[in-house]
Design a protein around this ligand. Structure first.
Ligand code: NAD
Length: 340
């Protein structure tokens, strides 16, 4: 049997980079595409090309001679980024996804994996910290908080229609806050777990226990470790389930609790200073009933275990930076809106 050939877009990014390694371990020939190379270690891809997937001709080139596509490329970041760049995110991501999907069809790709997000869920279901976990059907009537979520909803529909109209086997996942080593940890695009690990590591190395938390820190989320994420991606791709599916943990924690967990892992005493900042929705959790039913599986790695592995990696990054005599890049964001 010939080796199956797959394309991973966004292969220079956090999840895409881990997914390439996972797919290589499963025996695939892998092409990685991104506008940048992975920042922290070399890609395991058989072929890695730098292409801007907003352009149709580049999408045709990227999807040539592959059996399957995992579409992870996106202009994205944590709350500070996605709440302040609506036009740019909607334009860039719509161009990337519309062109990549159509190029895959034109090139005769058999199976296509689209990475959507918990950000598709409506604001009105996420107004309490003690939120009811979100089921897949709760996405409608639609009212995502940000342009990022609106674009994801539209491309989910596009994938469903490509399957119905053209027979391209599309699979759609909605991630809930994926974290782990080799993710962005500074500069403004990092997510809460990475930002917290960086702040706690700085507290450890500088001896200043004060760390900033955006808002009152009582906003809640669930967090899923990267190894579970790539396992879930693969299981869903191989399944026959074509509707959108949640992929995340269903353990709800506040951002204050997250900070305390990281501090305890680091063995550091911290003092939280609550400052204005973008917080996203008040609470968000994944209902994993359908995930369990469809895949017979759900994420296995505890938050404590995942944070311990992530903290160790980010602490090493921060130490390396300080040894060079530099500071981690401060997070900057324009506060354009307050949270509902
Ligand atoms: P990431 O930002 O680390 O990776 C995305 C990659 O896409 C980046 O390397 C970026 O350079 C690349 N990219 C951006 N514009 C491009 C372009 N024009 N052409 C080619 N490549 C381009 O993000 P991630 O966390 O790895 O996310 C992967 C996917 O999962 C994205 O679609 C994201 O929206 C989705 N997602 C992630 C999370 C999460 O918690 N990480 C949650 C929900 C959804």
């Amino acid at each position: 049997m010939t080796q199956p050939r797959v394309l991973v877009t966004g292969a220079g990014g956090f999840i895409g980079h881990h997914l390439v390694s996972y797919l290589k371990q499963q025996g695939y020939w892998v092409r990685g595409i991104d506008i940048k190379r992975p920042e922290f270690s070399d890609s395991d891809a058989d072929e890695f090309e730098l292409l801007d997937l907003r352009r149709w001709d580049n999408c045709l080139q990227a999807t040539r001679a592959v059996d399957e596509v995992y579409a992870l490329a996106a202009d994205m970041g944590g709350m500070g980024f996605i709440s302040a760049h609506h036009a740019e995110i909607l334009r860039n991501n719509a161009l990337i996804n519309i062109h990549t999907l159509e190029a895959a069809r034109a090139n005769g790709v058999g199976r296509y994996f689209y990475t959507s997000s918990a950000c598709v869920y409506p604001e009105y279901r996420q107004t309490e910290a003690n939120v009811i976990p979100l089921k897949e059907e709760d996405a409608y009537p639609a009212q995502p908080q940000d342009a990022y979520g609106w674009e994801k909803l539209v491309i989910e529909r596009l994938c469903l229609h490509y399957r119905e109209d053209y027979g391209l086997e599309t699979r759609i996942v909605r991630f809930h806050n994926i974290f782990g080593p080799q993710g962005t940890w500074e500069g403004g695009r990092e997510k809460a777990p990475a930002a917290m690990c960086r702040k706690v590591a700085m507290a450890k190395f500088t001896g200043n226990p004060e760390i900033e938390v955006w808002g009152d820190g009582e906003q809640t989320r669930s967090f899923c470790y990267i190894d579970d994420c790539v396992t879930g991606i693969y299981k869903l791709m191989r399944s026959d389930y074509a509707e959108p599916l949640n992929l995340g943990q269903d353990r709800l924690v506040t951002i204050n609790e997250l900070a305390d967990m990281v501090a305890s892992i680091a063995g550091v005493r911290i003092e939280k200073r609550h400052v204005p900042g973008p917080q996203g929705v008040r609470g968000r959790n994944s209902d994993n009933s359908r995930l369990r039913q469809v895949l017979g599986w759900e994420p296995q790695i505890t938050l404590e275990e995942g944070l311990a592995r992530t903290y160790a990696w980010i602490e090493a990054q921060v130490r390396g930076r300080l040894e060079l005599g530099a500071q981690p890049m401060p997070v900057q964001f324009p506060i354009l809106r307050t949270c509902p």
